[in-house]
Ligand binder design. Structure first.
Ligand code: AMP
Length: 445
């Protein structure tokens, strides 16, 4: 199949061809005709599947199609709204819209927090056809009456599961109330919890449902390994691995912002160029770190789950879970950063005794055991006892929940249990000792 079979305009095909895409990805093959047909859509797909072009190309076509009824008279209104959970993702999606739409007379705008609102207000005085926004800043504009959403024809909720995880449900509801009743709704989510289902039931009218296998490339192209290690020796082991293997572009995940900072400082002090990105960093600092990392001048980027969400770095070779995520689905999201576009990648997890239950949850979700390798010189000390994990999602007191990470302090309605994952179908339930650690001599609680 080629892009020309969808009936997309020549201008769009030309832009897509210039991007080097020769054939649509599975999500695109299904989403493009469904969106062109004008109905609602519920799509199970995560970053890395090509979902952005999956919704952007048909939206561009519909908005530029002379046969589709557009606005009549006056200043052209905003006609499509793409809501995304993070600033980084907003930047990527808006860039894609501009890229794919470069031969069309449509204008897009990014609207995110962390930057001065005034240039956005000026920009809104000009023509904007497609708005890509994070919910918080969008509502700031609504409050200041600098934005009207009364003529939105197409709404996209991208990474809806993550938006709910980040506590955006109330913001989303407020935004939905501002939109015209008659519109096309597209909901993309990597996982389907009960909350997502409820949102979909509420939002979508007889949606086309598509689901692409959750990047099976994850299992085929990515080498997973667990290194059991004591909690106090993780940083040393990470520095050792980076130096020993000569890794040059490593994305490292920590559970907390503080942990990300401390780790980046430790690595930098050990001669490994490293920066942290998380919600407390200014947008400029986050953008700069990401740019340096992408060009290869920065060896290690340490990120929290939220900050790393949606980051698209082609052919990222190494992802390290310095700490396992509290929510098993986040393991899949994290690993989704590597092994893309047919390239191979490593997913390395440094697992201490406190994290055995988390590992079991992940293995259940992905329905496979992760091979475990003890690194000589870093053997776990059998006398060390497991301790509760204090920081991170799902532990409220003193924790750094995604809702807290976000400046608009929302309630975190994430339930760590009972989530089902698209493609894997596995729910999460905490279990006993991980098979991987059992094999390696690690011990459960
Ligand atoms: P996404 O899942 O939208 O974040 O896209 C992941 C990556 O795949 C991006 O770098 C896109 O540029 C790339 N991509 C999207 N569609 C295609 C395609 N049909 N062929 C090759 N690469 C693509």
């Amino acid at each position: 199949m080629s892009f020309s079979t969808f009936g997309l305009s020549d201008e769009i095909i030309r832009a897509v061809t210039e991007c080097g895409y020769t054939k649509p990805t599975p999500i695109q093959s299904q989403a493009i005709p469904a969106v062109l047909a004008g109905g609602d859509l519920l799509a199970g797909a995560q970053t890395g599947t090509g979902k952005t072009a999956g919704f952007t190309l048909p939206i561009l076509h519909r908005l530029s199609d002379k046969n589709t009824k557009g606005p009549s008279g006056g200043r052209p209104p905003i006609r499509a709204l793409v809501l995304v959970p993070t600033r980084e993702l907003a930047a990527q999606v808006e860039e894609s819209v501009r890229n794919y739409g470069k031969y069309l007379k449509l204008n897009s705008m990014i609207m995110i927090g962390g930057v001065n609102i005034n240039p956005q207000i000026s920009r809104l005085r000009g023509r904007v056809d497609i708005l890509v926004a994070t919910p918080g800043r969008l509502l700031d504009h609504v409050q200041q009456k600098t934005l009207s959403l009364s003529q939105i024809e197409i709404l996209v909720l991208d990474e809806a599961d993550r938006m709910l995880d980040m506590g955006f449900i109330r913001d989303i509801k407020k935004i939905l109330a501002l939109l015209p009743k008659k519109r096309q709704n597209l909901l993309f989510s990597a996982t389907f919890s009960d909350e997502i289902q409820a949102l979909a039931d509420n939002l979508l009218d007889k949606p086309a449902m598509i689901e692409v296998a959750r990047r099976n490339a994850i299992t085929e192209m990515v080498t997973h390994v667990v290194h059991p290690v004591d909690r106090g020796r993780k940083r040393e082991l990470l520095a050792h691995l980076i130096k020993q293997h000569g890794w040059s572009q490593v994305l490292v995940f920590t559970r907390t912002k503080h942990g990300a900072n401390k780790l980046a400082e430790f690595l930098a002090a050990n001669g490994i160029s490293s920066l942290a990105i998380h919600g407390n960093k200014s947008q400029a600092a986050r953008t700069r770190a990401l740019a340096e990392f992408k060009t290869g001048s920065l060896q290690v980027l340490v990120a929290t789950d939220i900050a790393a969400r949606g980051i698209d770095i082609s052919e990222l070779p190494h992802v390290v879970n310095f700490e396992l995520p509290n929510v098993p689905e986040d393991y899949v999201h994290r690993i989704g950063r590597t092994g893309r576009a047919g390239s191979e990648g490593d997913a390395v997890s440094l697992v201490c005794i406190d994290e055995h239950k988390l590992l079991t949850g992940i293995e259940r979700l992905i329905k496979r055991e992760l091979p475990s390798v003890i690194i000589a010189g870093f053997e776990p000390d059998p006398s060390i006892k497991a301790e509760p994990i204090k920081n991170g999602r799902g532990n409220s007191p003193g924790g750094s929940s995604p809702a807290r990470n976000h400046s608009r302090k929302q309630t975190n309605n994430q339930k760590p249990t009972g989530k089902k994952a698209v493609g894997f179908g596995g729910g999460y339930s905490s279990g006993n000792q991980s098979p991987a650690l059992r094999r390696s001599g690690g011990r459960g609680r």
